[in-house]
Design a protein around this ligand. Structure first.
Ligand SMILES: [Zn+2]
Length: 268
């Protein structure tokens, strides 16, 4: 927030809300909108390029490449310019992808200015990797494996941005993989338990039909059942043909179980 009115230099600034202040002397309104910046996660294969800040705030900390937009500059042009200035690599816009916008605090001249940053991922090739050299605002650069970068405590919204970048690139940490595998095991167990329950229900129906002298196979019921399962599969984003094959197998096995029940009931 401004300490003095830019219009009349009065210090009687009244804060109306987080965004707007008003001068009590001349009624001039001062807006503190977020400052736009860009942040870029530069990948070369499984490695990410980090720079070490050589000025405050957060001097000496490793961070993702990025910076503030110049007057009337597009975020993508800022990204290309900052990458060139900070680490010397020539980037083409086509190599980049926007992964979202993020908000963070930034201490500047004892004021906390809010920043909204547009985050990009860029994949560079080997020749671009060799161009990398510490430039403006950067004391040192280093390439680190994404799994190592993830463990670092980075400034601003860098950790959040890195996480999103890794997701967009399909990189999943080993710990998360283990969790996902456990969930697959649990899901498979549930599938098997549900199948057992289904075959048990089929057996109950078979017994009821034998008792009441009803035909075992109801073709009409089977066709409408199959149709509804395929429709349901479609709404869940599963291929209908695949589901049809599975349900044919389930049906086949159910028939087989029914036959066994009939045979055993006749032999009694
Ligand atoms: Zn004023």
């Amino acid at each position: 927030m401004n300490k003095f009115c830019p219009n009349c230099s009065s210090s009687k600034i009244q804060k109306l809300d987080d965004t707007v202040c008003k001068c009590e002397e001349c009624s001039f309104q001062i807006f503190s909108n977020p400052t736009p910046s860009c942040t870029v996660v530069i990948f070369c294969g499984e490695n990410i390029l980090l720079g070490k800040r050589n000025r405050n705030p957060d001097i000496g900390r490793w961070h993702l490449i990025g910076g503030f937009l110049d007057s009337r500059e597009k975020a993508e042009d800022c990204m290309i310019r900052e990458v060139k200035e900070e680490v010397g690599i020539d980037i083409k816009f086509e190599q980049s992808k926007i992964i979202g916008t993020f908000v963070h605090d930034y201490e500047y001249q004892n004021e906390n200015i809010g920043v909204t940053t547009v985050a990009f991922v860029v994949q560079v090739d080997e020749s671009q990797r060799l161009q990398a050299v510490a430039g403006d605002d950067v004391g040192e650069i280093k390439w680190v494996l994404w799994s190592e970068a993830q463990k670092l405590d980075l400034p601003f919204a860098n950790n959040e941005i890195l996480q999103k970048a890794l997701e967009s690139m399909g990189f999943v940490p080993e710990d998360d993989l283990e969790l996902i595998r456990k969930e697959i095991d649990q899901t498979d167990n549930q599938i098997l338990e549900l199948l057992a329950r289904r075959f048990n229900l089929v057996a109950q129906i078979a017994k009821h039909k034998i008792k009441n002298n009803l035909p075992i196979l109801n073709a009409k019921r089977w066709h409408s059942l199959l149709k509804s399962r395929i429709q349901k599969a479609y709404t869940l984003g599963i291929d209908g043909k695949f589901v049809e094959e599975i349900w044919h197998k389930i049906h086949q096995y159910s028939r087989q179980k029914e036959e066994e029940i009939i045979t055993s009931s006749k032999s009694k």
